[in-house]
Write a protein that binds this ligand. Structure first.
Ligand code: C5P
Length: 139
C-alpha cells in the first residue's frame, strides 16, 4: 500500500517579491495598503497560496498586480522575517509580456541604482538595496 503524501513541514508562510530589471532600472510599486505601509515602495509580490511553489506564486502575483507575465530567476538577497511571522523572499524575474500598470498599487516606477538608497521603501525590502544595486550595475 502506498502511504498518503505527507503534509508540508510546518514553517513560516512565505511572501515572494520580484525584481524586474530592465535597462539599468528596477521596477518598484507603491503600496496602497495597509495604512502603515501605504505610500511606501516595494518589490511587487504577495503570499504563496496552498499548492504553489514560490515561482508559481510570483508569476500569479505579478500578473494580478501589474498585468505582466514573467519568468522567475535567481533568488536575491537574504530571506527577511516579517512582523506578521511570514518570511519574505525576493527573486530576479524577467518580463516576457505586458506593460506594468498599478492594478493593485498606487503607482509603479522604474528606479536606477543611484536612486535606490533614497527610495521610501517598506522596511523589509530595504534589506535588498545593496543586492539590487549589484544586480542592476552602474548607471
Ligand atoms: O502584498 P501582500 O499584502 O500580499 O503582502 C503580504 C505582506 O508582506 C504585506 O503586508 C507586507 O508587510 C509584506 N511585503 C513586504 N515587501 C514586499 C511584499 C510584501 O514587506 N515586497
Amino acid at each position: 500500500m502506498v502511504p498518503p503524501p505527507l503534509p508540508p513541514p510546518p514553517g513560516p508562510a512565505t511572501v515572494v517579491a520580484g525584481a524586474v530589471i530592465e535597462n539599468g532600472r528596477v521596477l518598484l510599486a507603491q503600496r496602497a495598503a495597509p495604512p502603515e505601509l501605504a505610500g511606501r515602495w516595494e518589490l511587487p509580490g504577495g503570499k504563496i497560496e496552498p499548492g504553489e511553489t514560490p515561482p508559481d506564486a510570483l508569476v500569479r502575483e505579478l500578473r494580478e498586480e501589474l498585468g505582466i507575465d514573467v519568468t522567475v530567476g535567481e533568488p536575491v538577497g537574504v530571506h527577511v522575517p516579517l512582523p506578521t511571522g511570514h518570511v519574505l523572499r525576493a527573486y530576479a524575474v524577467r518580463r516576457v509580456a505586458g506593460t506594468p500598470s498599478a492594478l493593485d498599487h498606487d503607482a509603479v516606477r522604474w528606479v536606477g541604482a543611484a536612486d535606490l538608497h533614497e527610495v521610501d521603501w517598506v522596511p523589509a525590502d530595504r534589506e535588498w538595496v545593496a543586492d539590487l544595486v549589484m544586480l542592476i550595475g552602474p548607471e
